[in-house]
Write a protein that binds this ligand. Structure first.
Ligand code: UDP
Length: 240
């Protein structure tokens, strides 16, 4: 029987942390190869795949303070870090699984990426290319989670898939508290009011206002991404 995807167009958020693999810093080649195959397994279903990439494995804005760099400058450094990850992922997708991929950056960097132009992004997706959104929102004081929510709304993605290293949403950090309770479904407002750490409030509000469900799932489990796209009950869902 042919497998029918639940979604036509998805926005996958990959944090920089995932890129670091076990080593905690930099770019892990094993992760690049692994994620390329995970994306291919979804792409071959005919699903349009857009990816927003984080930069935390290289630099985060809050690190600026410790080294005497003001917040806005440090945030721009963080945004540049996302471009490095984006180029690495583009290269991996083309090399390991032969999927044409375009990097669109919110901060113009003509030699290495296209500038972010919404219509162009949509056109690439329609042509079956994977689109990687780099440079976050292009503005300091925001996060790549917010960039993911923003781009998902702009390109009319049906769902935001937030890749994490745990199985979904818990009432407290499952890596610290063994008695943390798994939450299968929750509303945006509950996440905000209960202070559950899924995404920052700006990102959550953006998803809420645009009615974009968020699925939080473990990207480290092989086959999960495809299963989520096929509509299997994996991870946790945040919706209205
Ligand atoms: N950043 C920013 N504006 C954006 C997106 C990101 O200023 O729209 C900066 C911010 O300093 C952030 C860093 O880029 O700490 C890296 O992004 P993020 O921490 O969201 O990456 P992740 O946690 O997903 O690896």
């Amino acid at each position: 029987m042919e497998e029918k995807p639940r979604y036509r167009r998805i926005l996958l958020k990959l944090s920089g942390e995932a890129f670091a693999g076990e080593q905690g810093y930099g770019i892990d080649p094993n992760f690049l190869e692994y994620i390329s195959h995970e994306v291919k397994n979804v792409h071959e279903l005919g699903v349009e795949v857009a990816i927003v990439i984080g930069g935390g494995n290289i630099f985060r804005g809050f690190q600026g303070k410790g080294i005497g760099i003001d917040r806005a400058t440090a945030d721009y450094m963080g945004m540049l870090a996302t471009v490095i990850n984006a180029l690495a992922l583009q290269s991996a997708l083309e090399r390991h699984v032969n999927i044409p991929t375009r990097v669109l950056s919110a901060i113009e960097m003509r030699q290495v990426s296209e500038p972010y132009i919404r219509r162009r992004a949509v056109r690439h997706l329609e042509k079956g290319r994977v689109v990687i959104f780099a440079g976050g929102t292009g503005n300091p004081f925001f996060s790549t989670d917010t960039a993911a929510a923003l781009r998902a709304a702009e390109i009319d993605a049906e769902v935001l898939l937030k890749a994490t290293k745990v199985g979904g949403i818990y009432d407290k950090d499952p890596e610290k508290f063994p008695d943390a309770m798994f939450i299968r479904e929750i509303t945006y407002l509950e996440v905000i009011n209960r202070g559950i750490r899924v995404m920052d409030h700006t990102a959550l509000t953006m998803c809420r206002e645009n009615d974009i469900p968020i699925i939080v799932f473990n990207i480290r489990e092989k086959g999960n991404l495809r299963a989520v796209v096929l509509g299997e009950e994996i991870g946790s869902v945040v919706r209205g």
